[in-house]
Design a protein around this ligand. Structure first.
Ligand code: NAD
Length: 405
């Protein structure tokens, strides 16, 4: 028989997990082509640390070639432009076309501006290693500028949106405060960190006490929260937010650093390629395939699976992406043998947000964890995704804590 061609688009959490399982169970019936625009994988969960300068690029990336088995897989570094499902073909930006028999789409997320004017032009995004590094370089140049301009706006940073991304970024910025202040030649408390958020009840996935715990920590570290203030526009060095809902009056907050973290959507390729999508996410069939094409699996941030408990799609997280990668590979292996794949089920192991390097808060299962011990749990999740695959017991048994003393 002719070798079947399996193409995986994107080497993020979902794509690499699928690759890992397919390679582990490879037989001589298929060949894999993995495509990514970078020659490295990055830990998207750690981008905020690169943005704040508390972590280097090297610490959150590894070379894709290190996880490739060349006897089964070919890696192509290229940008995906379009997927043509009728022709079973991928258009790459370099003009190359790839044919597939089976496809795994795991192209990840992009920043969502919700059409708010000025966001793309005047705010910094933090969606990959390049943009995260740009945030840090921007911060450093503002600190340097301050030494000769003494413009207080150079010492002011606004984080737009208080979701997990915004909260974790603010925590990392607090960790970086002393270092940044020393570049500007000012006292640490002279740096001003703001967060402007549309809703008043923050972090709705947590109960109020737990959400307050995290927020009050940041407040104690000097972060100023403006809540119930939807951002209406970004102008040069200015965040325009609605001050009063009744009258619609707006206010301006000036700052030389404005970082946009109000949410994400799936890759634009989904829209361009005619998938049935909303904000770049496709509501997949039970077995993670495209409802329109059974030889196409859609996983990670471009995929949506309904949570029957609240009738809303599960939020896009690394945890669910890893699980989807695993299940898609399993189902594809079954499909190659002419068998039916299994239904994807997901039970969140919990979610933990870091606030700086030494604190965190969140839920492990249904148990709230906070403070210094929680930051260990968080580090363990980020290191090995152990919580997603094993659970707390395994984590303690493996004695990972020693690594962090
Ligand atoms: P999000 O959608 O979870 O949060 C965005 C926040 O921005 C919300 O609080 C929203 O009210 C606010 N917002 C939206 N429009 C606004 C506007 N015009 N003005 C002011 N505020 C506005 O997005 P996120 O934080 O980027 O997270 C994306 C996904 O990644 C989520 O599913 C999240 O759970 C996940 N994530 C998880 C972790 C973790 O587990 N530690 C960390 C980061 C992200």
């Amino acid at each position: 028989d002719k070798l079947k061609e399996v193409v995986i688009l994107g080497a993020g959490y979902a794509g690499l997990r699928a690759l890992h399982r397919l390679q582990a169970q490879s037989n001589s019936s298929f060949h894999i082509t993995l495509v990514d625009r970078n020659d490295y994988h990055y830990e998207a969960t750690d981008l905020h640390e690169v943005a704040a300068g508390t972590q280097t690029r090297e610490k959150i990336t590894y070379a894709i070639k290190d996880v490739i088995n060349p006897s089964v897989t070919t890696f192509i570094q290229a940008t995906v432009e379009k997927i043509n499902r009728d022709r079973q073909e991928i258009d790459l930006k370099n003009g190359q076309k790839l044919h597939y028999d089976y496809l795994i789409v795991s192209l990840g997320f992009r920043s969502e501006s919700f059409g708010i004017p000025g966001v793309e032009e005047h705010a910094l995004e933090m969606v990959d290693v390049e943009t995260a590094e740009k945030v840090y370089q921007h911060l450093v140049s503002q600190m340097k500028d301050y030494t000769h301009t003494h413009n207080p706006a150079s010492l002011r940073v606004v984080v737009c949106g208080a979701g997990f991304t915004g909260i974790e970024l603010l925590g990392a910025l607090c960790d970086a405060r002393r270092h940044l202040a020393s570049i500007a030649g000012v006292e640490p408390q002279e740096l001003e960190f703001y967060c402007v958020e549309a809703v008043t009840r923050l972090l709705p996935m947590f109960d109020e006490e737990l959400a307050d715990y995290g927020i009050s920590h940041l407040k104690n570290w000097g972060v100023k929260f403006l809540t119930g203030k939807p951002i209406k526009a970004i102008k040069p060095d200015t965040v325009v937010y609605q001050e009063d809902k009744e009258t619609g009056t707006t206010k301006n907050l000036t700052a030389k650093t404005i970082i946009w973290t109000t949410g994400v959507s799936g890759s634009r390729v989904m829209e361009v390629s005619g998938f049935k999508q909303r904000r770049g996410r496709v509501m997949v069939a039970d077995d993670l395939t495209d409802p329109e094409y059974s030889n196409v699996y859609i996983i990670g941030d471009v995929s949506a699976v309904m949570n029957a408990q609240n009738n809303r799609p599960y939020p896009t997280t690394a945890q669910i992406a890893l699980k989807m990668g695993d299940q898609a590979a399993k189902n594809l292996l079954a499909q190659l043998k002419g068998e039916k794949g299994d239904k994807f089920t997901f039970e969140s192991a919990g979610s933990v947000a870091s606030i700086g390097n030494t604190h965190a808060f969140g839920l492990v299962g249904k148990t709230a964890i906070k403070g210094y011990p929680a930051s260990f749990v968080k580090k363990a999740i980020m290191d090995k995704s152990l919580l997603a695959t094993g659970g707390l017991k395994e984590m303690f048994a493996k004695g990972r804590f020693d690594l962090y003393h």
